[in-house]
Every structure is written in C-alpha cells, then in structure tokens.
Design a protein around this ligand. Structure first.
Ligand code: NDP
Length: 249
C-alpha cells in the first residue's frame, strides 16, 4: 500500500509522460501532479478545449511545457497511434511513462439488455485502444532508462458485479493485458507494467455511476495521487506485474 507515499518535489524531473483522458477527472489531476513534480506531460484526450485548459494550468503554475495530442480513442486506428508515436519521437525522442487512464463507463444494465454497440465502444476505448497505444509506444518506452506503464483498473476488474457489463469485463481484460505484458518484459526490459485501482474518486464518471451519492462524500482525485506518483517515479523500479490500490490497504 503506497497511499501514504511522500514524493520528493523533483521525483519526475526530466521525465516524459503520456496521460490518456488527461482533460478531466483523475487523468487531469494526474497530469497536473506529474507536471508539478517535474515531468513534461503529453496530454491525450478527446476534447481539445479541456486539454487546453489543463495545458494552461500547467504552464501558469510553472511546470515544464506540456504537449497536446487530441485523439478520440473510440475511433482511433493504428495509423493514429503511429502518428502519435512519430510526434513523440520527434518532439521528445523517448517516453518514460504511460498512464492509461481514459475509460468509458458504458451502461449500468443487465447483460440481457446490454446494447451491442455500447459493448463494442467500451471495449474499444478501455481495452483495444490501450493495447494499440501500448504496442505502438513500446519502442519509445524501451528508450527510457526506466519506463513505467500504468493501467487503470477497478474493483469490478477483479470480481464481476451485476449490471456493470462491459466496463467490468474491460477491466478484467485490462488486468490481463497488464499481466501478459509484464511477464513478457520481466528480466529483459527496463519497462515495468502495473495496474492501479484508484478506488471511489470524485469525478464525472463516479457521479454518473452513483447518481444518488453526495459527491462530497467521495475523496477528490488529489488524495489518491501518492500511489500514482509512486508508480510513475523511480522508487517503484522493480515493481512489475502487480495490482495496486490507491485507497485500500
Ligand atoms: P472521467 O469520466 O471523469 O474522465 C475520463 C477521461 O477520459 C475524460 O477526460 C474523457 O474525456 C476521457 N475519455 C473518455 N473517452 C475517451 C475517448 N474515447 N477518447 C479519449 N479520451 C476519452 O473518469 P474518471 O476520472 O473517474 O476515471 C479515470 C479512470 O479511473 C478510468 O479508467 C476509470 O475506469 C477509473 N476508475 C475511476 C473510479 C472513480 O471512482 N472515479 C473508480 C475506479 C476506476 P472527456 O473529458 O472529453 O469526456
């Protein structure tokens, strides 16, 4: 449990980190937090205006100049991932960190009623796009002295729960992708690969999954950042193939 980890101010100095879904929620807070600890952030998301706001906030707080890469992961194709990798290579020459954070919640409904098209979208964004991005960016991560890939999990990715449909299944697949890749890289690469369950966090996704809940009763994203920092920074070198929880011991 690293929920009480205290990161040195320069933990991520000089690191190049890509965050997906960086325009809102946990991804936005992670991008700003990584930048505040010295990292240059590549902000990837589907709503450019939101990414621009995060860009401005990082700049005005004195963080290293970020980069924006708008991409809708639902419609993204392998060419889009190739273009991204080329841009990162041109601009930065390597990648030190990759936070797979963007996800769709989809429907909260029984499997019997689940829309096929929603199922496909959720699997596309949460699983297929994460695979495509990871595969395409691996050569740039290999150029890092110690690359860190973090997949965002959920408690419904370890134990299925009624009415969570494709979201739950996508998080099981995320754990699987993490484990397969971590096992492949163990001992032969400087890249470590882990999954992280943020736990209940005050965001738009949480509010739409639990509409009756008072958002003030849920922790803000800032509170779960210690584990994100731990896994992105060099203190977690050697951790590979593991599932972490930001809130549960
Ligand atoms: P939000 O819905 O608040 O934010 C998700 C972000 O992902 C948004 O910036 C969104 O963009 C982006 N995104 C969604 N779809 C796409 C797409 N097709 N292409 C590009 N970007 C996309 O979610 P959270 O911050 O709550 O969740 C972050 C992660 O944490 C997710 O993986 C989620 O499953 C996980 N999680 C969250 C929990 C919680 O309690 N909040 C609990 C357990 C896990 P836009 O802003 O443009 O919509």
């Amino acid at each position: 449990f690293f929920g009480n980890y205290v990161a040195p101010a320069d933990l991520l100095k000089g690191k190049i980190i890509l965050v997906t879904g960086a325009g809102d929620g946990i991804g936005k807070t992670a991008a700003k937090t990584f930048a505040a600890h010295g990292a240059s952030i590549i902000l990837l998301g589907r709503t450019t205006a939101k990414l621009e706001m995060v860009y401005d906030e990082i700049e005005s707080s004195g963080g290293p100049q970020p980069a924006i890469f708008p991409m809708d992961l639902n419609g993204a194709r392998i060419e889009d991932f190739d273009n991204l990798a080329e841009a990162v290579e041109r601009e930065f020459g390597r990648l030190d960190g990759l936070l797979h954070n963007a996800s769709l919640l989809g429907q909260r409904t029984p499997i019997a009623n689940y829309h096929f098209s929603t199922w496909q979208q959720v699997m596309q964004v949460n699983v297929n796009a994460a695979f495509g991005l990871t595969k395409t960016l691996l050569p740039l991560l290999e150029k890092s002295e110690a690359g860190s890939v973090i997949f965002t999990s959920s408690s419904v990715g370890l134990k299925g729960r009624a009415y969570w449909g494709a979201y739950s299944v996508s998080k099981f697949a995320t754990e699987g992708l993490m484990q397969v890749l971590a096992d492949e890289l163990e001992g032969v690469s400087n890249i470590r690969v882990n999954s992280l369950n943020p736990g209940a966090t005050r965001t738009a996704m949480r509010a739409s999954a639990y509409p009756a809940e008072n958002p003030q009763s849920v922790v803000p994203a800032e509170r779960i950042m210690p584990t994100y920092l731990y896994l992105m920074g060099d203190d977690s070198r050697g951790q590979n193939g593991k599932h972490f929880s930001a809130q549960k011991r």
